[in-house]
Design a protein around this ligand. Structure first.
Ligand code: SAM
Length: 226
Protein backbone atom coordinates (compact mmCIF):
# COMPACT_ATOMS: atom_id res chain seq x y z
CA UNK A 1 0.00 0.00 0.00
CA UNK A 2 1.56 3.24 -1.09
CA UNK A 3 -1.16 5.70 -0.07
CA UNK A 4 -0.12 7.73 2.95
CA UNK A 5 -2.52 7.84 5.84
CA UNK A 6 -3.54 11.49 5.93
CA UNK A 7 -4.79 11.29 9.49
CA UNK A 8 -1.55 11.44 11.43
CA UNK A 9 -3.30 11.26 14.80
CA UNK A 10 -3.63 7.54 14.10
CA UNK A 11 -7.09 7.60 15.59
CA UNK A 12 -9.04 7.07 12.42
CA UNK A 13 -7.67 6.37 8.96
CA UNK A 14 -9.00 8.40 6.05
CA UNK A 15 -11.36 6.65 3.64
CA UNK A 16 -8.92 6.79 0.67
CA UNK A 17 -6.24 5.23 2.87
CA UNK A 18 -8.64 2.51 4.00
CA UNK A 19 -9.62 1.74 0.42
CA UNK A 20 -5.98 1.25 -0.49
CA UNK A 21 -5.47 -1.04 2.53
CA UNK A 22 -8.59 -3.05 1.74
CA UNK A 23 -7.80 -3.38 -1.93
CA UNK A 24 -4.53 -5.15 -1.20
CA UNK A 25 -5.89 -7.07 1.83
CA UNK A 26 -8.72 -8.59 -0.22
CA UNK A 27 -6.51 -9.18 -3.25
CA UNK A 28 -4.42 -11.34 -0.89
CA UNK A 29 -7.48 -13.15 0.50
CA UNK A 30 -9.33 -13.71 -2.81
CA UNK A 31 -8.42 -17.36 -3.35
CA UNK A 32 -9.34 -18.23 0.26
CA UNK A 33 -12.71 -16.53 -0.20
CA UNK A 34 -13.25 -18.54 -3.36
CA UNK A 35 -12.44 -21.76 -1.49
CA UNK A 36 -15.12 -21.01 1.14
CA UNK A 37 -17.96 -20.32 -1.26
CA UNK A 38 -19.53 -23.79 -1.02
CA UNK A 39 -19.70 -23.60 2.81
CA UNK A 40 -21.47 -20.24 2.65
CA UNK A 41 -24.10 -21.34 0.14
CA UNK A 42 -26.84 -22.25 2.70
CA UNK A 43 -26.68 -18.89 4.56
CA UNK A 44 -26.52 -17.01 1.28
CA UNK A 45 -29.56 -18.85 -0.10
CA UNK A 46 -31.49 -18.13 3.09
CA UNK A 47 -30.57 -14.42 2.93
CA UNK A 48 -31.72 -14.21 -0.68
CA UNK A 49 -34.99 -15.94 0.27
CA UNK A 50 -35.55 -13.22 2.90
CA UNK A 51 -34.61 -10.44 0.48
CA UNK A 52 -36.96 -11.87 -2.15
CA UNK A 53 -39.89 -11.37 0.25
CA UNK A 54 -39.27 -7.63 0.06
CA UNK A 55 -38.76 -7.36 -3.73
CA UNK A 56 -40.75 -7.71 -6.93
CA UNK A 57 -39.67 -10.54 -9.28
CA UNK A 58 -36.78 -9.47 -11.52
CA UNK A 59 -35.82 -6.50 -9.31
CA UNK A 60 -32.35 -5.00 -9.72
CA UNK A 61 -29.87 -5.56 -6.89
CA UNK A 62 -26.35 -4.23 -6.39
CA UNK A 63 -24.09 -6.38 -4.18
CA UNK A 64 -21.62 -3.94 -2.61
CA UNK A 65 -18.25 -5.50 -1.78
CA UNK A 66 -19.45 -8.59 -3.64
CA UNK A 67 -16.29 -10.59 -2.85
CA UNK A 68 -16.22 -13.93 -4.68
CA UNK A 69 -19.67 -13.25 -6.16
CA UNK A 70 -21.65 -16.02 -4.48
CA UNK A 71 -24.62 -13.80 -3.60
CA UNK A 72 -24.79 -12.50 -7.18
CA UNK A 73 -24.94 -16.08 -8.42
CA UNK A 74 -27.71 -17.00 -5.96
CA UNK A 75 -29.69 -13.82 -6.74
CA UNK A 76 -29.39 -14.39 -10.49
CA UNK A 77 -30.64 -17.96 -10.05
CA UNK A 78 -33.59 -16.53 -8.07
CA UNK A 79 -34.50 -14.32 -11.05
CA UNK A 80 -33.07 -10.98 -9.91
CA UNK A 81 -31.01 -8.66 -12.09
CA UNK A 82 -27.94 -8.80 -9.85
CA UNK A 83 -24.79 -6.75 -10.28
CA UNK A 84 -21.76 -6.15 -8.08
CA UNK A 85 -19.12 -3.63 -7.16
CA UNK A 86 -15.84 -4.80 -5.70
CA UNK A 87 -12.72 -2.87 -4.71
CA UNK A 88 -10.23 -5.73 -5.07
CA UNK A 89 -9.41 -6.56 -8.72
CA UNK A 90 -8.56 -10.17 -7.80
CA UNK A 91 -11.83 -10.65 -5.95
CA UNK A 92 -13.75 -9.00 -8.84
CA UNK A 93 -12.09 -11.43 -11.26
CA UNK A 94 -13.28 -14.38 -9.14
CA UNK A 95 -16.80 -12.89 -9.00
CA UNK A 96 -16.84 -12.33 -12.76
CA UNK A 97 -15.77 -15.91 -13.44
CA UNK A 98 -18.69 -17.10 -11.29
CA UNK A 99 -21.13 -14.66 -12.94
CA UNK A 100 -20.14 -14.18 -16.57
CA UNK A 101 -23.50 -12.59 -17.42
CA UNK A 102 -23.53 -9.95 -14.67
CA UNK A 103 -22.02 -6.48 -14.61
CA UNK A 104 -19.35 -6.44 -11.90
CA UNK A 105 -17.61 -3.12 -11.48
CA UNK A 106 -14.07 -3.08 -10.14
CA UNK A 107 -14.04 0.04 -7.98
CA UNK A 108 -14.79 1.84 -4.75
CA UNK A 109 -18.46 2.11 -3.85
CA UNK A 110 -17.89 5.56 -2.41
CA UNK A 111 -16.31 7.10 -5.50
CA UNK A 112 -17.40 5.03 -8.55
CA UNK A 113 -20.01 6.33 -10.94
CA UNK A 114 -22.58 3.55 -11.24
CA UNK A 115 -24.66 5.29 -13.88
CA UNK A 116 -27.95 4.01 -12.50
CA UNK A 117 -30.07 3.31 -9.40
CA UNK A 118 -31.13 -0.07 -7.96
CA UNK A 119 -34.26 -1.51 -6.39
CA UNK A 120 -32.06 -3.05 -3.69
CA UNK A 121 -28.55 -3.01 -2.30
CA UNK A 122 -27.03 -6.03 -0.57
CA UNK A 123 -24.09 -5.65 1.84
CA UNK A 124 -22.86 -8.83 3.49
CA UNK A 125 -19.78 -8.42 5.70
CA UNK A 126 -19.16 -4.96 4.28
CA UNK A 127 -20.36 -2.20 6.62
CA UNK A 128 -17.94 -3.34 9.33
CA UNK A 129 -14.94 -2.47 7.13
CA UNK A 130 -15.61 1.22 7.79
CA UNK A 131 -14.90 3.22 10.96
CA UNK A 132 -18.16 3.86 12.78
CA UNK A 133 -17.68 7.62 12.34
CA UNK A 134 -17.79 7.09 8.55
CA UNK A 135 -20.88 4.88 8.54
CA UNK A 136 -23.26 7.86 8.04
CA UNK A 137 -21.36 8.69 4.84
CA UNK A 138 -21.47 5.07 3.62
CA UNK A 139 -25.20 4.78 4.37
CA UNK A 140 -25.88 8.12 2.63
CA UNK A 141 -24.12 6.74 -0.46
CA UNK A 142 -26.24 3.58 -0.34
CA UNK A 143 -29.41 5.67 -0.03
CA UNK A 144 -28.30 7.67 -3.03
CA UNK A 145 -27.94 4.48 -5.12
CA UNK A 146 -31.39 3.17 -4.18
CA UNK A 147 -34.66 4.08 -5.85
CA UNK A 148 -37.19 5.75 -3.51
CA UNK A 149 -38.56 3.04 -1.18
CA UNK A 150 -35.58 0.88 -2.20
CA UNK A 151 -34.53 -2.06 -0.04
CA UNK A 152 -31.21 -2.42 1.76
CA UNK A 153 -30.05 -5.79 3.16
CA UNK A 154 -27.15 -5.38 5.56
CA UNK A 155 -25.43 -7.99 7.68
CA UNK A 156 -22.63 -7.86 10.21
CA UNK A 157 -21.50 -10.10 13.04
CA UNK A 158 -23.10 -9.67 16.44
CA UNK A 159 -20.50 -9.15 19.16
CA UNK A 160 -20.51 -9.02 22.94
CA UNK A 161 -18.26 -5.96 23.03
CA UNK A 162 -18.40 -2.89 20.78
CA UNK A 163 -14.99 -2.08 19.23
CA UNK A 164 -13.14 -0.97 16.11
CA UNK A 165 -9.61 -0.85 14.74
CA UNK A 166 -7.17 -2.65 12.43
CA UNK A 167 -7.20 -6.44 12.84
CA UNK A 168 -5.85 -9.45 11.04
CA UNK A 169 -8.44 -12.04 10.11
CA UNK A 170 -7.54 -14.79 12.54
CA UNK A 171 -9.39 -17.42 10.51
CA UNK A 172 -7.58 -16.77 7.20
CA UNK A 173 -3.98 -17.76 6.41
CA UNK A 174 -3.39 -14.88 4.02
CA UNK A 175 -4.92 -11.78 5.49
CA UNK A 176 -3.06 -8.51 6.00
CA UNK A 177 -4.70 -6.25 8.63
CA UNK A 178 -7.92 -4.53 7.64
CA UNK A 179 -10.34 -2.27 9.50
CA UNK A 180 -12.96 -4.09 11.54
CA UNK A 181 -15.81 -2.44 13.39
CA UNK A 182 -17.62 -4.74 15.80
CA UNK A 183 -21.24 -4.06 16.72
CA UNK A 184 -23.22 -5.24 19.74
CA UNK A 185 -26.94 -6.06 19.51
CA UNK A 186 -28.96 -3.05 18.41
CA UNK A 187 -25.93 -0.86 17.68
CA UNK A 188 -26.05 -0.93 13.88
CA UNK A 189 -29.74 -0.18 13.85
CA UNK A 190 -29.14 3.23 15.42
CA UNK A 191 -26.97 4.16 12.42
CA UNK A 192 -29.55 2.82 9.97
CA UNK A 193 -32.39 4.80 11.53
CA UNK A 194 -30.27 7.97 11.80
CA UNK A 195 -29.50 7.63 8.08
CA UNK A 196 -33.21 7.54 7.24
CA UNK A 197 -33.83 3.82 6.83
CA UNK A 198 -36.87 2.08 8.24
CA UNK A 199 -36.30 -1.41 9.67
CA UNK A 200 -38.59 -4.03 8.09
CA UNK A 201 -37.10 -7.17 9.63
CA UNK A 202 -34.00 -8.50 11.32
CA UNK A 203 -32.60 -11.96 11.79
CA UNK A 204 -29.82 -13.64 13.77
CA UNK A 205 -28.07 -16.65 12.28
CA UNK A 206 -24.87 -18.65 12.60
CA UNK A 207 -22.74 -19.49 9.57
CA UNK A 208 -20.80 -22.69 8.78
CA UNK A 209 -17.75 -21.24 10.58
CA UNK A 210 -19.65 -20.56 13.81
CA UNK A 211 -19.85 -16.77 13.33
CA UNK A 212 -22.99 -15.14 14.66
CA UNK A 213 -24.55 -12.74 12.17
CA UNK A 214 -27.22 -10.10 12.54
CA UNK A 215 -28.93 -9.20 9.26
CA UNK A 216 -31.36 -6.32 8.71
CA UNK A 217 -33.74 -5.63 5.86
CA UNK A 218 -34.50 -1.90 5.80
CA UNK A 219 -36.13 0.45 3.33
CA UNK A 220 -35.31 3.99 2.29
CA UNK A 221 -37.72 6.00 4.37
CA UNK A 222 -38.85 8.88 2.20
CA UNK A 223 -42.05 9.46 4.14
CA UNK A 224 -40.89 12.72 5.76
CA UNK A 225 -39.91 14.27 2.42
CA UNK A 226 -42.12 17.09 1.14
C1 SAM B 1 -15.41 -9.21 4.10
S1 SAM B 1 -15.50 -9.20 2.35
C2 SAM B 1 -17.14 -9.82 2.07
C3 SAM B 1 -17.35 -10.29 0.67
C4 SAM B 1 -18.77 -10.80 0.38
N1 SAM B 1 -19.76 -9.74 0.51
C5 SAM B 1 -19.09 -11.97 1.28
O1 SAM B 1 -19.98 -11.84 2.13
O2 SAM B 1 -18.46 -13.02 1.12
C6 SAM B 1 -15.70 -7.47 2.00
C7 SAM B 1 -15.45 -7.11 0.54
O3 SAM B 1 -15.73 -5.70 0.37
C8 SAM B 1 -14.76 -5.16 -0.52
N2 SAM B 1 -14.69 -3.71 -0.28
C9 SAM B 1 -14.16 -3.08 0.79
N3 SAM B 1 -14.31 -1.75 0.69
C10 SAM B 1 -14.96 -1.52 -0.48
C11 SAM B 1 -15.40 -0.34 -1.15
N4 SAM B 1 -15.19 0.87 -0.61
N5 SAM B 1 -16.04 -0.47 -2.33
C12 SAM B 1 -16.24 -1.71 -2.88
N6 SAM B 1 -15.85 -2.86 -2.29
C13 SAM B 1 -15.21 -2.78 -1.10
C14 SAM B 1 -13.49 -5.91 -0.17
O4 SAM B 1 -12.55 -5.85 -1.21
C15 SAM B 1 -14.01 -7.32 0.11
O5 SAM B 1 -13.98 -8.14 -1.03
Amino acid sequence: VTTENPSPSGLKPSLPYLSAVHKSAYDAAASEYEARVASLLPVTEEAVRQLALALAPGASVLDVGCGAGLAIQVMTAAGFAAEGIELSPKMAKVARRRNPGSRIITGDLLTSNLGRNYDAVLAFAFIHLFPKADVPQVLARIKQILVPQGVFYVGTTQENISSEGFEEKSDYANSPPRWRSRYVAGELVTYLVAAGFEVQSSKLHVDAFGKRWHDYIVTRDDSSRI
